[in-house]
Design a protein around this ligand. Structure first.
Ligand code: FES
Length: 65
């Protein structure tokens, strides 16, 4: 898969999201994973416009895409 920027404000890429999730394999929910990814990458702390794209990416990673 090609890397791409998901959050322009904080320059967070798809790979950054994957990496932030790698240490924690067992997230109960996408929301829980989002909190962890946000804590590590600061994604979605600017305009917030990427929020749903981040959730989509997290959900893809959780499902192994
Ligand atoms: S694009 Fe992610 S906070 Fe603005």
């Amino acid at each position: 898969m090609e890397n791409y920027t998901i959050c322009n404000c904080m320059q967070v890429t798809r790979f950054d999201v994957e990496e932030a999730m790698h240490d924690h394999d067992n997230f109960g929910s996408v929301e829980e994973a989002f909190k962890e990814v946000q804590a590590q990458t600061q994604c979605s702390t600017g305009c917030g416009g990427c929020y749903s794209k981040i959730l989509d990416a997290i959900s893809d990673v959780m499902h192994g895409y």
